[in-house]
Design a protein around this ligand. Structure first.
Ligand code: PLP
Length: 382
C-alpha cells in the first residue's frame, strides 16, 4: 500500500517507538516520589524539553493532553468565562474547535463568530475587525494549517487585531507542528494545540502550549490530582509522552530537509495529476500551503468510488475524522465548491517516509482508476 494519509496519522518514527517501548517496560507514576516515580518523571521532563525545543517555548509552558481534540477544548473552555464575551473562530476549523466553541457558547454563554474564507481558503479579516470593534471578545481561535487543504493562515494580522481587542489568541497547529518550522518566541499566540501522531509520535497524546501569564483556567476539563499545574488532572501517559518527545526531537533536526523534499514530491504528484487528468483541480493552490498536502477535485466522480477502486493507495475523502459522515466537507463548501465538487475531492497527504517511488506508483494508480471510473460512469472524460 502507498500510504498518502499523513494528515489522518503519520507512521510512528522509529525513535518514538523505541522511547515508548522503553517507558512501557518500566514501572513508575510520574507523581510518585520514590525512585521508580522519579524515573517516570524524568522521561516526562525530557519529553517536555524536547517539545519545547521544537516549538521555541519554555518547558513549563506545555501541558500534556490526550491529543489536539482535548487541547482545543481545554484552550477554549479555560479562557472563555462566559461573561458575554465572544469566541471568534473560522468556518474551516477542525470540529475539535468548531464543536467545542459552539457548545461553550450555547445557552447565552457568549456569542460565537465564525469568520468566512475566500475561494483560496484564506480568512476574511473584515468580520474579525468588526467583532473586535464591537467587543468584548474573550478568545480568537484560528488554525495555522488546514487539515483538508493544507492552506496556511497568516496569523500576524489576526494577532494584531486580537491584541487591540484585549483578547487571547489560540491556534490549532495540529497539522503544522513538525511539518514546517515554528518559533513561539516569534509567533505571539497565547495558546497552541498539537497532536503527536501527526508528526510521527504515538496516537492519543498531545499538548497545549500555554504562554506564561495566561490566567489559570476558568474551567479545566478534568479535575482531580492537580497534575500539569492544575491544567489537566490525571496520571500522565508516560509512554505516550516519551514517544511524543522522541518524535519532536527526531523531526526538529530534519525539519528543513523533510519539508523541502516532501514539497517536491507533492508538486510532482500535482503536476502528474493535472497533466494526465485534464479537468482535475487543486483546491487552495493559490495560497501558501503545507508541503505535503494536496486536495484534488475530480469533477463528476465521487471520491468514495475512486478510493474504493484503488485499495492500494491510502488517501482520504474529506478529513478522516469526518469519514463515514454523509455530509460534504465544510471546508470545501466554505471555499465555494459545490456539494458535488466537494464530494468529488480526494486529499493526498505525504510525509517524512514518502518516497519518489511511492509517488510514481500512486500517480499511475490514481490516473488509471479515475479514467476507469469515468468510463464506467460515462462521464465526459478528457
Ligand atoms: N485539529 C486538526 C487541525 C486536526 O487535523 C486534528 C486531527 O485530524 C485534530 C485537531 C484532532 O487531533 P486528535 O484526533 O489527535 O485529537
Amino acid at each position: 500500500v502507498v500510504y498518502l494519509d499523513y494528515n489522518a496519522t503519520a507512521p510512528l518514527r522509529p525513535e518514538a517507538l523505541e522511547a515508548t517501548l522503553d517507558a512501557l517496560r518500566s514501572v513508575g507514576n510520574a507523581s510518585s516520589v520514590h525512585q521508580a516515580g522519579r524515573g517516570a518523571a524524568s522521561r516526562v521532563d525530557l519529553a517536555r524539553q524536547r517539545l519545547a525545543r521544537l516549538l521555541g517555548c519554555a518547558p513549563g509552558e506545555l501541558v500534556f493532553t490526550s491529543g489536539a481534540t482535548e487541547a482545543n477544548n481545554l484552550a477554549l473552555r479555560a479562557v472563555h468565562s462566559g461573561g458575554g464575551g465572544a469566541i471568534v473562530t473560522t468556518v474551516v476549523e477542525h470540529p475539535a474547535v468548531l464543536e467545542a466553541a459552539r457548545a461553550i457558547t450555547t445557552g447565552g454563554r457568549g456569542r460565537l463568530i465564525e469568520l468566512p474564507v475566500n475561494r483560496d481558503g484564506a480568512i476574511e479579516l473584515g468580520p474579525l475587525e468588526a467583532a473586535c470593534q464591537r467587543g468584548p471578545v474573550s478568545i480568537v481561535s484560528a488554525m495555522l494549517a488546514n487539515n483538508e487543504t493544507g492552506v496556511l493562515t497568516d496569523l500576524t494580522p489576526v494577532i494584531k487585531l486580537t491584541r487591540e481587542a484585549g483578547a487571547l489568541v489560540h491556534t490549532d497547529a495540529t497539522q503544522y507542528v513538525g511539518r514546517l518550522p515554528l518559533d513561539l518566541s516569534e509567533l505571539d499566540v497565547d495558546l497552541l494545540s498539537l497532536s503527536a501522531h501527526k508528526f510521527g509520535g504515538p496516537q492519543g497524546v498531545g499538548a497545549l502550549f500555554v504562554r506564561r501569564g495566561v490566567p489559570f483556567p476558568h474551567r479545566p476539563l478534568l479535575l482531580g490530582g492537580g497534575q500539569e499545574r492544575g491544567w489537566r488532572a490525571g496520571t500522565l501517559n508516560v509512554p505516550g509522552i516519551a514517544g511524543l518527545g522522541a518524535a519532536a526531537e527526531a523531526v526538529r533536526v530534519r525539519l528543513h530537509d523533510e519539508a523541502a523534499r516532501v514539497a517536491g514530491l507533492r508538486d510532482a504528484l500535482e503536476a502528474g495529476l493535472t497533466s494526465r487528468l485534464p479537468g482535475c483541480r487543486i483546491n487552495g493552490i493559490k495560497s501558501p500551503r503545507l508541503p505535503g498536502v494536496t486536495s484534488v477535485t475530480f469533477p463528476d466522480i465521487p471520491a468514495d468510488a475512486v478510493l474504493a477502486a484503488m485499495p492500494d493507495v491510502a488517501a482520504s475523502d474529506g478529513s478522516a475524522c469526518a469519514s463515514g459522515a454523509p455530509s460534504p466537507s465544510h471546508v470545501l463548501l466554505a471555499m465555494g465548491l459545490s456539494r458535488e465538487d466537494a464530494d468529488s475531492t480526494v486529499r493526498f497527504s505525504l510525509g517524512y517516509a514518502t518516497t519518489e517511488h511511492d509517488i510514481e506508483r500512486a500517480l499511475d494508480t490514481v490516473v488509471r482508476t479515475v479514467r476507469e471510473v469515468r468510463r464506467l460512469m460515462g462521464t465526459s472524460a478528457e
